[in-house]
Design a protein around this ligand. Structure first.
Ligand SMILES: [Zn+2]
Length: 427
């Protein structure tokens, strides 16, 4: 009853306050729903202390316990950081943080000799201040996540110096793109007349297409080192597989993901006839620098970029051998190429206009299809073992609450994927 009374009261407010109230109610509703789901999943981490019998073959109890503790820590972290950002957002709204920032940017413009007629300049200063604020309040959380949680569970490979340099670089690069793009957008809105929204929409569409096109070649290399995969058996086999399904592969890169963390991944990008594959060095058993220390026991060399120190080396040696064999890497790629062959990328772009929940459901379907595709390429057995290894390397937790998983997981639970692979392994 209290809720309806307050909704009634809201309806009698002026429009501006009504929107304000609606934003708050919506934001807290979403927040509480997500927190409820997270608590359900957290209960699973807490209560599932032994490897479920159906997983006995694929996960040892040590890895299971490691993964369980990692997920518990992550869930505690996201509870507190989520609570913080929800409260921060609410306080900003309640205490007029946005109008305050607008007046502040007006004052800065005034000092610089721009009068109130320069509202575009003022908007840009506003944007700069807002992004600066959000970057600085987000920084402690991100530091804690990297250097406490990821570090504790053996994933972090960054030094504090690398992290800070990276954060500053990210901020500068973002501003270099954001500021000119938004000033053009504001200009278009200003001169667009009655149909300004159509021009503005077209403009943002073009800008995002351009960004997607240049990202991999011009922006990503600012942050990470991409080297062509050396000639050899793995490269040959990748090329053969790409050719067999008419994938227009032009280059295979290895990205030095190990400089950030020991989480592993693989992806492809590029338009039309110019497709490239990127493999994380952490995915490749043969290339992973994280394995070097293990092979030579104590002969680990610090990285030659001046950022290595004693601490970092210790962290590396702790890691078990990680990554996949060549056949397994190929099986993972077979799955990725399945996404391409089945047109999932384009379908995702089209559907991303719709609700994100539908996208999650669809994405899970696509994962099964891509697995089935890799299976058709004769990779069922290798994909099976690759999925298990990747789950182990990334300390993925194999048990999940059904509601939480339905809402959040873009990939189906490991067990379901393995089951599906097994079912048709025979044929
Ligand atoms: Zn996939």
């Amino acid at each position: 009853m209290g809720m309806w009374a307050s909704l009634d009261a809201m309806w009698e407010m002026p429009a501006e306050k009504r929107i304000f109230g609606a934003v708050l109610v919506f934001s807290w509703t979403v927040y509480l729903w997500e927190t409820f789901l997270a608590q359900r999943q957290r209960r699973i981490y807490k209560t599932t202390t032994h490897v479920p019998p159906e997983l006995g073959q694929i996960m040892d109890s040590e890895t299971f316990e490691k993964s369980r503790l990692y997920q518990l820590d992550k869930s505690t972290f996201s509870f507190w950081s989520g609570l913080y950002s929800e409260i921060e957002g609410t306080l900003i709204l309640l205490f007029g943080g946005i109008p305050y920032l607008w007046r502040l940017s007006g004052r800065f413009c005034g000092y610089a000799g721009f009068g109130p007629e320069h509202e575009i300049t003022q908007s840009l200063v506003f944007l700069l201040l807002a992004t600066l604020f959000s970057a600085s309040t987000g920084l402690p959380w991100s530091l804690y996540n990297t250097f406490v949680i990821e570090e504790k569970h053996g994933f972090n490979q960054q030094t504090l110096g690398f992290f800070m340099k990276d954060a500053i670089k990210k901020f500068v690069v973002t501003q270099c793109i954001l500021l000119p793009v938004s000033s053009l957008l504001l200009y278009i809105i200003k001169i667009g007349g009655d149909y300004f929204f159509i021009y503005a929409w077209l403009f943002t569409l073009v800008v995002s297409l351009v960004l997607v096109t240049i990202y991999a070649d011009y922006i990503a290399p600012l942050f990470d080192k991409f080297t062509p995969l050396p000639e050899g058996k793995l490269k040959q086999e990748i090329e053969v597989m790409a050719k067999s399904i008419d994938f227009p592969l032009t280059k295979v890169y290895v990205v030095e993901g190990s400089k950030r963390s020991s989480h592993s991944n693989a992806y492809f990008y590029g338009f039309f006839k110019n497709k490239r594959i990127v493999l994380f060095d952490t995915l490749l058993e043969e290339y992973s620098v994280l394995n070097k220390g293990l092979q030579e026991e104590s002969g680990v060399e610090p990285r030659k970029d001046g950022e290595g120190d004693g601490e970092e080396i210790k962290a590396k040696v702790k890691n078990k051998k990680q990554g996949c064999k060549n056949e397994e890497v190929l099986a993972v790629l077979g799955h990725e190429l399945g996404h391409w062959k089945l047109g999932h990328t384009v379908k995702n772009i089209v559907i991303s206009q719709v609700l994100s929940f539908c996208l999650t459901v669809l994405s899970r379907r696509f994962e099964f299809q891509a697995d089935a595709f890799a299976k058709k390429l004769g990779k069922a057995k290798d994909l099976y073992s690759a999925l298990i290894k990747l789950n182990k390397d990334n300390l993925g937790f194999p048990v999940s609450d059904w509601l939480f998983s339905m809402w959040h997981y873009s990939h189906p639970p490991l067990l379901e994927r393995l089951q599906a692979l097994k079912n048709t392994k025979q044929d």
